[in-house]
Design a protein around this ligand. Structure first.
Ligand SMILES: *[C@@H]1O[C@H](CO)[C@@H](O)[C@H](O)[C@H]1NC(C)=O
Ligand SMILES: *[C@@H]1O[C@H](CO)[C@@H](O)[C@H](O)[C@H]1NC(C)=O
Ligand SMILES: *[C@@H]1O[C@H](CO)[C@@H](O)[C@H](O)[C@H]1NC(C)=O
Ligand SMILES: *[C@@H]1O[C@H](CO)[C@@H](O)[C@H](O)[C@H]1NC(C)=O
Ligand SMILES: *[C@@H]1O[C@H](CO)[C@@H](O)[C@H](O)[C@H]1NC(C)=O
Length: 471
């Protein structure tokens, strides 16, 4: 059925040509029929219809398509033809963990607490000229400059910091600030203090989810870029096509060899759960499961009211990709974990032990204070928080390397796994969540000495990690 709205209907035919730029075909409701004909001509066999749910309508083809031979060899993927949008999600979890909110509500994580825990002294701030860092935002999430300056005046007293973002790339929307955006900016600038910070604000969607490829193509086309980028967004691996993820991986590799470090949140559903008929399986998240990025898991304080050692935050995303093979750099660490964990591992039908395993590293992800829309908000949790915290520390290390005339870190994982946990606090306690069924009863993987698929190698002990990464 056709509705009389003025909204643009959009179908993506990404990389129909061998250019870097994705090609978009816009189907407008004004001439829906002729636009549909054009799409059907480009993709012989396809038959486009408008499918509507309660509040949403998408154009999809009910039939398979083909592409001309001359085009095929230049094509990475065709998107927006068959897949329907999954439930849109980001990783922010602003509702209190019910278990913890009943206990005394005093201490929350602030920049001061983080800098104490990770041994950042007041002189551990950026000093290198032209060092910079970035967060990327999606799904119409915007930060407000006034929130950032209010956050810094409330919480930035104990260290030299910037109170404003250096540059916004993309359009900053009006309206309310997003909690995710506020969190990311406020915390990357608290650990990566006194370092210029950029925000990449990415409008639009790919099949209703984050347009990760368009953002990466934008980076690819820029010559002057921050060295560290943190991203607290992700999608279920099974909601994206392998061809599309593979194309994004190519961009991740290009960024890595340029010296850029990409950090992704590992997700907030532990091992996740996918219900497939009677069977359940764990549900990895992408880009967390990409072999070409550094993925950050989450922890909480053992005693939530004290600066104690850290334990697993049970929401910490982790596990094994069902799509990407295990990269060489992590093979021996992951093998050691699998061998040691042995019979305490979940049944093999739930995951692919030969896949890319994540996370790689972790940081506190529980009970943060964030200022959003001029209001200080407690109990903000998720690997959304741990990711910018680690990113800021990597920026500090890049700064120290630059001051010594060394190249920046770039893709961190091969070096990180060689350190074998040196410079990190090993997290060995606790398990994360997964399917609530009889077989695994909500339990995914468990933390263990050295690397594990819940907290990676552990959390940064800044001075030691700096020393190790200056080597
Ligand atoms: C559709 O929109 C209405 C009104 O905004 C809302 O109450 C409802 O929850 C929405 N339904 C879905 C499935 O998103
Ligand atoms: C870092 O922090 C830990 C725990 O808070 C502490 O035991 C240690 O002495 C600190 N310093 C270094 C250099 O590790
Ligand atoms: C802060 O950063 C600037 C470079 O952006 C540097 O010149 C200055 O020395 C830094 N401050 C401290 C205390 O390191
Ligand atoms: C790439 O950069 C050039 C020069 O800055 C600009 O004109 C062009 O629009 C950019 N292309 C994309 C896809 O961002
Ligand atoms: C490096 O410094 C120049 C000159 O101040 C500035 O224009 C540029 O944006 C900086 N680059 C980055 C990546 O911060």
């Amino acid at each position: 059925s056709e509705s009389k709205s003025n909204h643009k209907r959009e179908v993506h035919f990404e990389n129909l040509q061998s250019f870097l730029l994705p090609v978009h075909v816009y189907l407008t409701s004004d001439c829906y029929v002729c636009a549909r004909r054009q799409a059907e001509k480009l993709l012989p066999g396809s038959r486009f219809h408008r499918y509507s749910s309660e509040n949403h309508s998408v154009l999809r083809s009910s039939a398979p398509y083909s592409v001309p031979d001359e085009v095929h060899s230049h094509l990475d993927f065709v998107g927006g033809v068959h897949r329907f949008p999954p439930k849109v999600q980001d990783f922010i979890n602003s509702s209190p963990h019910s278990k913890r909110s009943e206990a005394g509500l005093h201490l929350g994580v602030t920049p001061y607490i983080l800098r104490q825990r990770y041994n950042l002294s007041s002189s551990d701030v950026g000093g290198a000229p032209n060092n910079s860092q970035a967060v990327a935002q999606f799904l119409e999430q915007y930060y407000h400059p006034a929130d950032l300056s209010e956050f810094m005046s409330m919480f930035g007293g104990s260290f030299l910091h910037h109170s404003a973002v250096e540059r916004v790339v993309g359009t900053q929307g009006g309206g309310k600030a997003g909690l995710e955006a506020s969190l990311d900016v406020e915390y990357i600038m608290s650990t990566g203090a006194n370092i210029s910070t950029w925000v990449f604000s990415n409008a639009g969607r790919h099949e209703s989810q984050e347009p990760f490829l368009q953002w990466m193509l934008l980076l690819s086309n820029m010559s002057d870029l921050p060295w560290v980028h943190t991203i607290s967004y992700g999608d279920d691996e099974d909601s994206l096509s392998t061809a599309y993820m593979t194309r994004i991986n190519t961009e991740f590799m290009k960024a890595g060899v340029r010296g850029i470090s990409l950090l992704f949140a590992s997700g907030d559903s532990g091992a996740g759960c996918r219900h497939m008929g009677k069977e359940n399986a764990f549900r990895p998240s992408f880009p967390a499961s990409s072999p070409y990025v550094t993925t950050v898991g989450g922890t909480s304080f053992k005693n939530p009211f004290k600066l104690t050692e850290e334990v697993t935050d049970y929401i910490s995303g982790g596990g094994f990709s069902n799509v990407f093979k295990m990269p060489d750099y992590q093979a021996s660490a992951v093998d050691a974990y699998l061998r040691t964990a042995g019979s305490s591992l979940p049944p093999q039908s739930y995951y692919s032990p030969t896949g890319r395993a994540y996370p790689d590293i972790a940081a506190l992800s529980d009970n943060y204070w964030v200022v959003s829309n001029r209001v200080p908000i407690p109990w903000v949790s998720g690997t959304s928080a741990s990711t910018p915290v680690v990113g800021g520390m990597l920026s500090l290390i890049n700064g120290q390397r630059l001051l010594k005339g060394l190249p920046v870190l770039g893709f961190l994982n091969p070096r990180l796994y060689k350190l074998q946990g040196l410079g990190l606090f090993d997290v060995t306690d606790g398990c994360h969540l997964s399917c609530l069924d009889e077989e695994v009863q909500g339990k995914g993987f468990c933390a263990a000495p050295s690397w594990d698929p819940v907290t990676g190698w552990g959390t940064p002990n800044y001075p030691k990690l700096l020393a190790a990464l200056l080597n």
